[in-house]
Design a binder for this molecule. Structure first.
Ligand code: GLC
Length: 539
């Protein structure tokens, strides 16, 4: 079958990952084809019409590799296969072919920092101090007086060191004790992970989202992490320490550079990095010569104060720090954080959708956010996430943002014929794809219109960014490309806002609004409460 990729807009940057929109699928929760209450690859394949109808360009599929599921697939026991609960390798190949035949690119999750403790590499490593794979993981003797070798803390609570009774040594795990960290200083580990990359690239995948990359190297001297003076009770316990000696070590960039060089021997693939870092440190992940990640994920919208001045200065800081030639990107939600609509409310979630789809840079959209899905309360007996189990009651659990996709008003929201692995939102009978598709005022219709507009207007996908300041609570910017300019105005408040517009926007018409009745009309002197608009500026 020949592969037809969407034609890039005129004057496009060369790469699909620059003008395209990425959609994250959390496979356990997208669609269940075999009635076991858990999503699977065939389920995804049964919903391809949704993806093309919506208008996304690429899907990133969270892990579906064999896994004991202690961290829901982020604990991998075989990097080169498919877990039976998700399907088979043959089904993956079919899914990949079908997605690509529709012009969609396919990005996989790569988890290089750690394996499952059930991975054969670790089983060998733990078997004896003399085993050749001992050094594939991070093993250390106890501290001189006994106990863990350093004060390093696990992301999910407790010490990051786990004692192996048999050998008397400890191994390091940045996440669960069932997720031992690999030793990236060992060249055999690097080679083995490169083989994993090749395995999937040879099958035809279009790139990787690389998990937890800032954890890849830890201080060889095992220096204790300093106390965090800003810690207050209620924060995740791991924040008692500043992760100076356990994250973002300089060696990480060489390791990423090697992955990128490997990708470069294939056509047109993308490397995306997951690193939760301040902007100044994040920029180093592009590489000195733009030879590391194409897109180090920018998560700063997720934690942002939802006010125009705060967003304006955050965007300005990001734009200013981007290395020359580096391509920006924006993420509004993912499987690790509270849902957008729960963070900012339903009305502002629509404003946020316009922001995500009109900022300069590749947008990543989390499944279900196109419906405005909210966090679903999880009763204690239904909790799945190990983070919530280890550190209960602080609101850190990730299950609420991982609940099944709401396809229709059918039982189990059309997700499955059986009771799903996590509860379905109480409002699914109203908040679902089937209903929202028919509703011109729905979030789904808004997203579809936004993506269509973005595809039709290179200004929005490729244009330069220039801030404008039309009112205190209004975030505004131009996007300019090839002699054309569009403008975006977002009312971050729940009350109408008078606008002081530059002359180029005085008579401008609304191309799109969160309030669809305004489309096609002049913008006038005011934005409605919670309104965001895209305008065509006059030249
Ligand atoms: C990343 C993933 C998260 C996972 C962790 C450990 O942050 O997004 O879901 O728990 O890495 O792999």
């Amino acid at each position: 079958m020949s592969t037809q990729f969407a034609t890039p807009p005129p004057g496009a940057a060369d790469h699909w990952w620059q003008h395209g929109v990425v959609y994250q699928i959390y496979p356990l929760s997208f669609a269940d084809s075999n009635g076991d209450g858990q999503g699977d690859l065939e389920g995804i394949r049964s919903r391809l019409d949704h993806l093309t109808w919506l208008g996304v360009d690429a899907v990133w599929i969270s892990p579906f590799y064999p896994s004991p599921m202690k961290d829901f697939g982020y604990d991998v026991s075989d990097y080169c296969d498919v877990d039976p609960r998700f399907g088979t390798l043959a089904e993956f190949d079919t899914l990949l072919g079908d997605l690509q035949a529709r012009g969609l690119r396919v990005i996989l999750d790569l988890i290089p920092n750690h394996t499952s403790d059930q991975h054969p590499w670790f089983r060998e490593s733990v078997s004896s101090i003399k085993n050749p794979k001992r050094d594939w993981y991070i093993w250390r003797d106890p501290a001189p007086g006994g106990g863990p070798p350093s004060n390093w803390a696990s992301e999910f609570g407790g010490s990051a060191w786990q004692l192996d009774q048999a050998s008397g040594q400890y191994y390091y795990h940045a996440f669960l004790k069932e997720q031992p960290d690999l030793n990236w200083r060992n060249p055999e580990v690097r080679r083995a992970m490169h083989d994993v990359l090749r395995f999937w690239l040879d099958r035809g995948v279009d790139g990787f989202r690389v998990d937890a990359i800032h954890h890849l190297f830890k201080d060889e001297e095992l220096r204790d992490n300093p106390q965090n003076p800003d810690f207050v009770p209620g924060m995740s316990p791991r924040r008692q320490l500043i992760r100076r000696f356990t994250t973002d070590l300089p060696e990480v960039h060489d390791a990423v550079r090697e992955m990128r060089a490997l990708l470069a021997s294939y056509d047109n693939r993308v490397l995306i990095g997951e690193a939760w870092l301040p902007f100044d440190r994040l920029m180093a992940y592009y590489g000195d010569n733009l030879d590391c990640f194409h897109l180090p994920f920018n998560f700063h919208l997720i934690g942002a104060r939802w006010e125009a001045p705060a967003l304006r200065s955050m965007i300005a800081e990001y734009e200013a720090l981007l290395p020359r030639g580096a391509w920006p990107n924006w993420v509004l939600g993912n499987h690790d954080r509270s849902r957008l609509a729960s963070r900012v409310g339903d009305a502002q979630a629509r404003v946020a959708a316009v922001l995500l789809c009109t900022l300069r840079g590749t947008p990543t959209l989390y499944y279900g956010d196109e419906l405005g899905m909210r966090d679903v309360p999880i009763p204690p007996e239904a909790v799945q996430d190990p983070y919530e189990k280890n550190v209960p009651g602080l609101g850190l659990g990730r299950d609420p943002a991982r609940t099944p996709m709401q396809w229709s008003a059918a039982p189990h929201a059309g997700f499955s014929s059986a009771r799903p692995w996590l509860p379905i939102a109480a409002d699914y009978a109203h908040c679902n794809v089937a209903i929202q598709k028919e509703d011109p005022r729905s979030m789904l219709t808004l997203y579809r219109s936004l993506l269509a507009l973005r595809h039709a207007r290179p200004t929005l996908s490729l244009g330069d960014y220039e801030a404008i300041d039309p009112a205190a609570h209004v975030l505004g910017y131009y996007r300019a490309h090839a002699g054309r300019r569009d403008a975006v105005l977002l009312n971050l408040s729940g009350s109408p806002q008078k606008l002081a517009l530059p002359s180029a926007l005085a008579g401008a018409h609304v191309l799109l609004s969160t309030h669809p009745e305004r489309a096609g009309r002049p913008v006038g002197a005011e934005l409605l409460a919670d309104e965001a608009v895209v305008l065509a500026a006059s030249e």
